[in-house]
Design a protein around this ligand. Structure first.
Ligand SMILES: [Zn+2]
Length: 91
């Protein structure tokens, strides 16, 4: 089997919709769910997972472990990267 040459589609395919806003994620500051403080310890652990959405765009989820500096509450901050944009998501 000969290798097919890489075909790179440029621009939007004809008839495609205009760009949709990212679904369900909102840009919010990461803050402590217990006391509301945004002061936190440096991230101690980072986990990444990525996948492709229906349009073939790469999405990435980055989970950071951190601790509130005011009340000591341990939490995970989750950031989504979608079409080159970073979107944080508070749960
Ligand atoms: Zn706190």
């Amino acid at each position: 089997m000969a290798r097919k040459p890489l075909k790179k589609r440029r621009g939007r395919p004809v008839g495609s919709k205009t760009q949709e806003p990212p679904p369900k994620y909102e840009v919010l500051p990461n803050r402590c769910p217990r006391c509301g403080s945004t002061r936190r310890s440096p991230y101690t652990h980072t986990e990444r997972s990525s996948w492709f959405d229906r349009d073939g765009d790469r999405c990435q989820q980055i989970t950071h472990r951190t601790q509130c500096l005011d009340c000591g509450f341990k939490r995970e901050d989750v950031t989504h990267e979608y079409r080159g944009r970073f979107i944080t998501n508070d749960n």
